[in-house]
Design a protein around this ligand. Structure first.
Ligand SMILES: *[C@@H]1O[C@H](CO)[C@@H](O)[C@H](O)[C@H]1NC(C)=O
Ligand SMILES: *[C@@H]1O[C@H](CO)[C@@H](O)[C@H](O)[C@H]1NC(C)=O
Ligand SMILES: *[C@@H]1O[C@H](CO)[C@@H](O)[C@H](O)[C@H]1NC(C)=O
Ligand SMILES: *[C@@H]1O[C@H](CO)[C@@H](O)[C@H](O)[C@H]1NC(C)=O
Ligand SMILES: *[C@@H]1O[C@H](CO)[C@@H](O)[C@H](O)[C@H]1NC(C)=O
Ligand SMILES: *[C@@H]1O[C@H](CO)[C@@H](O)[C@H](O)[C@H]1NC(C)=O
Ligand SMILES: *[C@@H]1O[C@H](CO)[C@@H](O)[C@H](O)[C@H]1NC(C)=O
Ligand SMILES: *[C@@H]1O[C@H](CO)[C@@H](O)[C@H](O)[C@H]1NC(C)=O
Ligand SMILES: *[C@@H]1O[C@H](CO)[C@@H](O)[C@H](O)[C@H]1NC(C)=O
Ligand SMILES: *[C@@H]1O[C@H](CO)[C@@H](O)[C@H](O)[C@H]1NC(C)=O
Ligand SMILES: *[C@@H]1O[C@H](CO)[C@@H](O)[C@H](O)[C@H]1NC(C)=O
Length: 390
């Protein structure tokens, strides 16, 4: 009995400690870059403060929040938010993060690297902006220009409510990620800025981009080799070069893309709308790709498949293109060809055009359609498509 009482007494001393420890690891710990010495005046170099705050947030365990506060501007050089981490992290970007100009850049191909993380969330609360200061780079297309965000090996990632502007090269690159949602993202670079893709997705699965506005000087979204199950919903693209699959098969590579669904998007003043481009000499496939409920406003090439993109090789192999649906395109185009299905001798198979209404922006303009080695079906489509083979 005495033993029992002793036990109870000892336990009642220990248990509050256990509770406190549990509370400590599960509570919402915040790590504000200001507490780690950031100045936030847009001139001082705050890279070290970002790095220290990240290390603390990453090592803490439980849930931790890295805070980049509002109404401040943080000049940072290379940022490396790398895992694996003991914590599940939210990066709350409410202030502005700015890159140095080209002259102050020490050669690196990435500005903000985010890698080896599970369940990372980045939220800008509609206030945050990440500015790549790209205008200092755009007149040097041959320079090794950095991308703004490079996500590598991130699973179950969420990025929301953020503006990403003026990238020297692509704004967001997503590589080897599984499960990522980007929502309410505003990407903003001018039409003349070279290679400033909005999103560049490669070797990734289950990626969703939604409710976003993309203005860029290259593809709004480029879906590259090794990408499967990519969903794009309610994205407005323009200026820009459209939402593209590829190019696939460069340098004789074998590349595969499948299960792509682009729905309820608007192209406004963009060079292309829906585009699939592959390079001769390559192998692999682009298949099961659907573009649906698409609004067009003065788009140059609303629908374009080019299976011989950058054709400088003797015709050898090609990346196969099949099961591609274009449904519910509605609006105007300003180019020469409304629907351009330009395939190599191996052909594009099972193309479906359904319920499209694509009209020249100018009255009296003629709508034209080109098919070369394109097989499939067209119905309820203006301009009428007579050139598809069975
Ligand atoms: C953690 O705290 C931050 C800052 O107070 C807050 O904005 C965020 O929503 C909190 N996160 C969670 C998961 O509670
Ligand atoms: C980022 O930091 C991690 C850990 O410190 C390191 O292993 C990795 O190589 C760094 N990555 C880059 C791109 O600098
Ligand atoms: C861009 O870089 C230039 C040159 O380094 C610098 O003066 C400027 O403050 C940077 N920020 C912005 C937003 O342009
Ligand atoms: C994804 O991460 C969130 C936290 O951001 C977590 O609540 C959820 O369980 C994770 N889901 C998977 C499938 O890992
Ligand atoms: C985006 O911001 C809105 C409004 O501030 C908020 O309700 C929503 O939860 C945010 N989205 C995410 C995924 O955090
Ligand atoms: C998108 O961000 C804006 C602020 O920029 C916010 O007001 C709105 O609620 C957000 N929408 C969603 C769907 O999160
Ligand atoms: C896709 O990713 C989301 C998180 O972004 C996750 O909740 C969902 O379970 C994943 N689905 C599959 C089939 O992996
Ligand atoms: C399409 O997106 C618009 C906003 O861009 C929204 O109002 C509409 O409900 C969406 N339709 C569908 C079917 O999701
Ligand atoms: C691709 O293959 C062709 C024909 O086999 C060859 O001539 C060419 O050099 C190859 N190109 C590359 C970049 O390997
Ligand atoms: C095509 O892709 C969608 C996802 O976009 C998927 O649900 C569907 O099962 C795929 N169809 C085939 C025949 O693989
Ligand atoms: C096509 O767009 C026109 C003009 O915006 C609109 O009046 C019409 O309802 C749309 N048709 C379909 C089928 O969405």
């Amino acid at each position: 009995m005495q033993r029992f009482i002793t036990c109870v007494l000892i336990l009642s001393f220990i248990s509050p400690c256990i509770c406190i420890r549990l509370k400590y690891v599960t509570e919402n710990n915040t790590y504000n870059v200001m507490q780690y010495g950031a100045i936030g005046d847009g001139k001082s170099d705050d890279t070290q403060a970002f790095s220290k705050a990240w290390t603390s947030a990453c090592n803490a365990g439980g849930m931790s929040t890295l805070v980049i506060p509002s109404e401040k501007s943080f000049l940072v050089t290379k940022v490396n938010f790398s895992g694996p981490c003991d914590s599940t992290i939210l990066i709350q970007i409410e202030g502005k993060i700015v890159a140095p100009g080209k002259e102050e850049w020490t050669f690196e191909s990435r500005w903000i690297t985010i890698e080896h993380l599970n369940g990372l969330k980045i939220d800008g609360n509609g206030l945050g902006e990440v500015d790549g200061n790209g205008s200092t780079w755009w007149d040097c297309p041959k320079c090794a220009r950095p991308v703004v965000f490079h996500f590598h090996s991130c699973n179950n990632l969420t990025v929301s409510n953020l503006t990403i502007s003026n990238s020297p090269k692509a704004h967001v690159s997503v590589n080897k990620c599984n499960g990522a949602t980007f929502s309410n993202i505003s990407i903003d670079s001018p039409a003349h800025s070279p290679n400033t893709d909005g999103f560049d997705i490669s070797a990734s699965t289950n990626i969703s981009i939604q409710d976003s506005n993309i203005k860029s000087g290259d593809d709004c979204i480029a879906i590259n080799g090794g990408s499967y199950f990519v969903n794009v919903n309610r994205v407005v693209c323009g200026p820009g070069h459209g939402i593209s699959v590829g190019s696939l098969g460069k340098n004789n590579a074998t590349e595969q893309v499948s299960d792509i669904y682009v729905r309820n998007c608007t192209f406004t003043g963009s060079t292309n709308g829906a585009r699939i481009k592959t390079v001769l000499g390559g192998s692999g496939y682009a298949k099961n790709i659907t573009y649906e409920q698409i609004i067009l406003e003065n788009v140059k090439n609303p629908i374009i498949i080019n299976q011989e993109y950058n054709n400088y090789l003797e015709e050898t192999s090609s990346v196969s293109v099949s099961y591609v649906t274009f449904r519910g395109f509605n609006g105007t185009y300003v180019g020469k060809v409304a629907i351009n299905l330009d395939c190599s001798s191996s052909g594009c198979l099972d193309i479906l055009l359904d319920q499209n209404n694509i009209l020249p922006a100018e009255k009296g303009g003629a709508a034209s359609v080109i098919c070369r080695n394109a097989h499939g079906t067209a119905r309820d489509t203006i301009p009428q498509v007579y050139c598809l083979s069975e």
